[in-house]
Every structure is written in structure tokens, then in C-alpha cells.
Write a protein of this length. Structure first.
Length: 219
């Protein structure tokens, strides 16, 4: 009886420690990846859903924008392409070759997080007609308490027909930007990288009332 009681207590303590550790990691991170069951039903499971929190220096009136920034390099002959690790510094908006943006959610008065979702579909998985160029399509956007934004439809933003990704675990803000997911595609001559970046938009300045002129005062 005592042995059974000791084993039960040990199991409860171990379970509590695991749950506490998971909760601590969730609280200490600004973006957490969710792995929904539905992902297993999608081709190649290319779907990512993140729950994010605002940065510590968030100010009332700020907002969010979501961007995918594309950069590229030449591919060496015979190179085996693959993402080595997540967390590689992401390219700035100014240095990117192309940017696919969702627009902006502005003037949030309460400090609130939201959901960021990205899905990649390969049209060759659905179409019987032969697609010879750029079959990959990206969908997704962000959702917060007062609305949501989606990526515009683009046929030529994802270049190539093969894709891999790097992104797992947790991520944090850096200089008002957060990059939880990096994608990579390639063709015979080039390798393309895509940084999915959540951006804090600055608070909207309050318009100043014009000061009365001397003429207006004299009246």
C-alpha cells in the first residue's frame, strides 16, 4: 500500500513538473508554435500557426504588420539545398529583393497579442494540368482582437518548385520585429530565402490643432 502511494505521488510530481516547465517556456517566449491536428491532413504539412505576445516596450496606439521578405543567392553546381538551423538573422525590409505584405492593423489601445498563420500549397498536388513554373502559393496573415489581415494573392512571389523550412520552439522580439519562420525554395540556378516577419507599427500621432494667428485673435 505504501509502495503504491509513493509511486502515485512520484507520478503526480513528475507530471506537475512537466506541466510547469511547459507553462514557464510559454510565458517566457513571445511567439509559440502550435501544431494543429489538421496539419497532418494537408499536403506535406506546410502549415504554421503561432500565438504571439506584444513586446515589453509596446505603446498604446501601436499596431501590427506582417511581411514575407525574399532574398536570394546563386546556387552552386550540385549543391544540396536545405535549411541548416532556425534563428538566422533575417533580412531587413530595405535589403529585401521583394516583400509580400498583409497591410497594417493600427491604433490598438490595449496591449494584446494574436495569431499569425502561414500556409504553403503546391498547386501540383491539386491540379491535373501540368504546371511548369512557380507552383507554390502562400496564404496567411494575422488576427488580433479588433480584426485580421491576409496576404494578397501572388503567383510569382514564391520562386521554384521545392521548399523547406526552419522554425520550431519559441522566438522573441528584436528591434520591434519578430521572425518565427524562415522558408527556402530553389531552382537550378538560385536559392531563395523568405523571412516571415511580424512588425510593430508605430503609434499614430495625434494631429495638433493649429494655433490661432494674430489676425484670428484680433477678430
Amino acid at each position: 500500500m505504501k509502495r503504491h502511494l509513493l509511486i502515485s505521488c512520484f507520478v503526480l510530481l513528475a507530471g506537475g513538473a512537466i506541466a510547469y516547465g511547459a507553462l514557464s517556456r510559454r510565458k517566457s517566449s513571445d511567439a509559440v508554435l502550435e501544431t494543429p491536428t489538421a496539419c497532418r491532413l494537408l499536403p506535406d504539412g506546410k502549415q504554421w500557426i503561432y500565438h504571439f505576445q506584444p513586446p515589453a516596450n509596446w505603446k498604446p496606439g501601436s499596431g501590427y504588420a506582417l511581411e514575407i521578405r525574399r532574398s536570394s543567392r546563386e546556387r552552386d553546381p550540385g549543391e544540396e539545398v536545405g535549411m541548416r538551423a532556425s534563428g538566422t538573422p533575417w533580412v531587413s525590409e530595405q535589403a529585401a529583393e521583394a516583400v509580400l505584405a498583409s497591410g497594417k492593423i493600427t491604433d490598438l489601445q490595449q496591449k494584446t497579442g494574436g495569431v499569425l498563420a502561414v500556409q504553403i500549397l503546391n498547386l501540383r498536388d491539386f491540379c491535373h494540368d501540368e504546371i511548369t513554373r512557380n507552383p507554390l502559393r502562400v496564404f496567411g496573415g494575422i488576427e488580433v482582437s479588433n480584426g485580421y489581415l491576409k496576404f494578397p494573392t501572388s503567383r510569382d512571389f514564391l520562386i521554384g518548385d521545392s521548399i523547406c523550412s526552419a522554425g520550431s520552439g519559441t522566438w522573441n522580439w528584436h528591434a520591434d520585429e519578430l521572425c518565427p519562420l524562415q522558408l527556402q525554395t530553389w531552382d537550378e540556378s538560385r536559392v531563395y530565402r523568405y523571412d516571415v516577419v511580424l512588425v510593430i507599427t508605430p503609434e499614430t500621432p495625434t494631429p495638433r490643432k493649429p494655433e490661432p494667428t494674430d489676425a484670428a485673435v484680433s477678430r
